[in-house]
Design a binder for this molecule. Structure first.
Ligand SMILES: C[S@@+](CC[C@H](N)C(=O)[O-])C[C@H]1O[C@@H](n2cnc3c(N)ncnc32)[C@H](O)[C@@H]1O
Length: 246
């Protein structure tokens, strides 16, 4: 929904599509996966420990009107802002440490794009739920779980609630005990779950980074795989027919 350090907007389409009517993001951030797969028919539950980030969601879900969005002022390069929603539009790891930022041309442009997105999609997220708290406070229900914590080690250090505060062994145990299907995101090098490569991303100055995934099906997938045996493609699943190659 908004620019955010580590958001999954560009790669949301590469993750498995949700097979459940409820999507839960226990590390919400800007919730790009839920936003990509959003529909009025789906329930979306977000959990976010950073109160400032959760408050943005509370404002969008419970208060903001289209008129409020339209009356948000432009940002001018060179001006300074103490508004957290502006600061995170810098989409850098440093943003969380700033109390005030100087608006760059890139930030002004990001903000302009975001305002248009907010105005267009606000009505589609009004049925979402936001819980400000720890990921363990998520309801224990059957769902598509999109689990995107701060990445292990240095890459996850930028957030106010950073990787240094997470016990990844406990997180893995918790993730594996969710009901439904689970999609877990990480960078290269994390081994608290058996991650496999999802996609390689091109960064600046020719640098690349690998996005890793751990995916575990739920019982709903198994049922729809049977439907696919009868009528291939019916479930929309990636994992369709059994491998019968020799
Ligand atoms: C990698 S970001 C999520 C990005 C998100 N998937 C997106 O598309 O924008 C991780 C988020 O988890 C939050 N977080 C960190 N520790 C948490 C905890 N213990 N419980 C819930 N949220 C936490 C951080 O504040 C951050 O917003």
């Amino acid at each position: 929904m908004f620019y955010y350090y580590g958001r999954k907007k560009q790669i949301a389409k590469h993750y498995p599509i949700p097979n459940y009517d409820v999507i839960i993001e226990p590390f919400a951030g800007a919730a790009a996966y839920s936003f990509h797969h959003n529909s009025i028919a789906k329930k979306v539950i977000l959990i976010e420990k950073d109160e400032k980030v959760a408050n943005i969601w509370k404002w969008f879900i419970h208060e903001a009107t289209e008129r409020d969005i339209q009356s948000l002022p432009d940002l001018q390069p060179g001006e300074r802002s103490t508004e957290f929603l502006h600061i995170i539009h810098a989409a850098t790891k440093m943003a969380f440490a700033f109390k005030r930022i100087k608006v760059t041309p890139v930030l002004a442009r990001n903000w302009e794009i975001s305002r248009r997105v907010f105005a267009k999609h606000l009505h589609e997220i009004k049925h979402w739920e936001i819980i400000c708290g720890d990921f363990t406070e998520a309801p224990d229900i059957e769902a598509t779980w999109f689990i995107d914590p701060p990445y292990l080690g240095e890459p996850g250090m930028g957030y106010r609630h950073s990787s240094a505060l997470i016990n990844y062994t406990e997180l893995a145990k918790w993730a594996l005990s969710r009901k439904g299907e689970i999609i877990c995101c990480e960078g290269i090098g994390a081994n608290y779950l058996p991650f496999t490569p999802l996609i390689e991303l091109k960064g600046i100055a020719g640098k690349t980074s690998k996005e890793m995934i751990f995916y575990k099906q739920g019982s709903r997938n198994k049922q729809s795989n049977i439907l696919d045996l009868i009528e291939p493609g019916r479930s929309g699943n990636r994992l369709l027919l059994p491998d019968i190659s020799v």
